[in-house]
Design a protein around this ligand. Structure first.
Ligand code: UGA
Length: 426
């Protein structure tokens, strides 16, 4: 099949590469000329493990092409897969301007039957709006089918997720595109869920909202464990053994960030409110998440008061390990609070050199702790879990290690004469 993927971000590039692997001829387009130039020269605009090799291989095999000729590509390809950004607006709603631009281009150039697949995460009703817009523009319904096909890719593990999906969700208006859709991802053993356009949109929001709910639940339990001097790790383990609960997304810590969970929660809440539906559970999930940063700053100030003038090293600045993505990173929110409290912040991250005023970024993990009063682990990279603690102890001025991801072996750290702190660590 010939497929045009619109948008060369995390989702667009991963999907384009995977579709090429599945044997399709793929053209990935983006209005960002610099990004396309980089891709055509074999340079990756993002870090996603394994994606660079796949893109090089399938570009060389002539199965995957990159272009910034958006209009021509959309006009010429029979299957259009939209993977553009849908960022948050200040009121929590979703900014659909990139989607609208693409819809306009499709509507003004369509001259033969097309399947238009929305992969971007969009609020309920968006794909119905696309359908309606086409009809109002006089485009006959035998010329197109709209499909809502949300993605469930985790940054850092996106290739694994796209090659081993636990389900494939397709929202459609008619049965006409179903045979094509079944062949798109070549996953014979994967269950399909066929639903309405809006049903598919809500499956995506429900999925991210539920994951966020598990995390906020874990964080609330960890606070309760803290009060009773119980190790939350034991609770986490026991909960995970119950198949009705499942072991994933129960790690307590600084809370959830990234370009998806916070944005999708706000957008779902906004969509519900437009229909006068109260979202008490979602509100609590968001509030607990916001308070996590404060909680860890308080933990630190309880043992290092006053915080002003202290040198604090923060390890990990991305929103989670395995990515270079800084969007809505809880670590950055923490760093901002430390700066507001007058701390001198040093940072180290294995993937990103944080360019921010008031922060001193290091390229060397151990140098970053030289003379620091405290070390905070803000993301659970293996580099930190398996680090040389005697080396850290020898370089620090103070002795505080605040484990803000419950990822370290506290015993090991205490044995080095360091003070191991966290929430829900018993
Ligand atoms: C998330 C979903 O997991 C994907 O299924 C979805 O496709 C994607 O959003 C999307 O909508 O595109 P992602 O944003 O890559 O994926 O990140 P997650 O792995 O979900 O982690 C989100 C945040 O939750 C991170 O800050 C992570 O540190 C935090 N987290 C995760 C916890 O605090 N505790 C946990 O137990 C798990």
């Amino acid at each position: 099949m010939r497929i045009c993927v619109v948008g060369a971000g995390y989702v667009g590039l991963t999907t384009a590469a995977a579709l090429a692997v599945f044997g399709h001829e793929v053209q990935c387009v983006d209005i960002n000329q610099a990004k396309i130039d980089d891709l055509n020269q074999g340079k990756m605009p993002i870090y996603e493990p394994g994606l660079d090799d796949l893109i090089t291989e399938y570009s060389q095999k002539n199965k995957l092409h990159f272009s910034n000729n958006v209009v021509e590509s959309i006009r010429d390809y029979p299957i259009i897969l939209i993977a553009v950004g849908t960022p948050s607006q200040s009121d929590g709603s979703c900014n659909l301007s990139y989607i609208k631009q693409i819809v306009e281009i499709i509507a003004s150039t369509i001259n033969s039957y097309k399947i238009i697949i929305t992969k971007s995460t969009v609020p309920p009703g968006t794909n119905e709006w696309i359908q309606q817009t086409f009809m109002e523009m006089g485009i006959k319904d035998d010329l197109f089918d709209i499909v809502s096909n949300p993605e469930f890719l985790r940054e850092g593990r996106a290739l694994w997720d796209i090659f081993h999906p636990n389900k494939l969700v397709f929202g459609t208006k008619t049965d006409r595109p179903l045979e094509v859709l079944k062949q798109l991802y070549l996953n014979e053993d994967t269950p399909f869920i066929f639903t309405s356009l809006t049903g598919a949109e809500l499956i995506k929001y429900a999925s991210n909202a539920f994951l966020a709910t598990k995390i906020s639940f874990a964080n609330e339990m960890a606070r309760i464990c803290d009060a009773f001097e119980v190790d939350y790790a034991d609770i986490n383990k026991a909960l995970g053994m119950d198949p009705r609960i499942g072991p994933d997304f129960l790690n307590a810590g600084l809370g959830f960030g990234g370009s998806c969970l916070p944005k999708d929660l706000s957008s779902l809440k906004h969509s519900a409110l437009t229909h006068k539906i109260e979202t008490k559970l979602l509100d609590a999930v968001i509030e607990i998440n916001h308070k996590q940063i404060e909680l860890y700053v308080q933990k630190l100030s309880d043992v290092l008061s006053p915080l002003a003038g202290r040198q604090i090293t923060v390890w990990g600045v991305t929103f989670k390990p395995g990515t270079d993505d800084l969007r809505f990173s809880p670590s950055i929110a923490l760093i901002q609070q430390l700066i507001q409290r007058g701390c001198i912040v040093h940072t180290f991250d294995p993937m990103v050199k944080l360019e921010a005023s008031d922060v001193i970024p290091y390229m060397d993990q151990y140098e970053s702790v030289d003379n620091s009063d405290a070390l905070i682990i803000a993301t659970e990279w293996d580099h930190f879990i398996n680090c040389d603690w005697p080396e850290v102890q020898g370089r620090m001025k103070g002795s505080i290690v605040l484990d803000a991801r419950n990822c370290l072996d506290g015993e090991l750290i205490r044995n080095q004469g360091l003070l191991y702190l966290g929430v829900g660590i018993g």
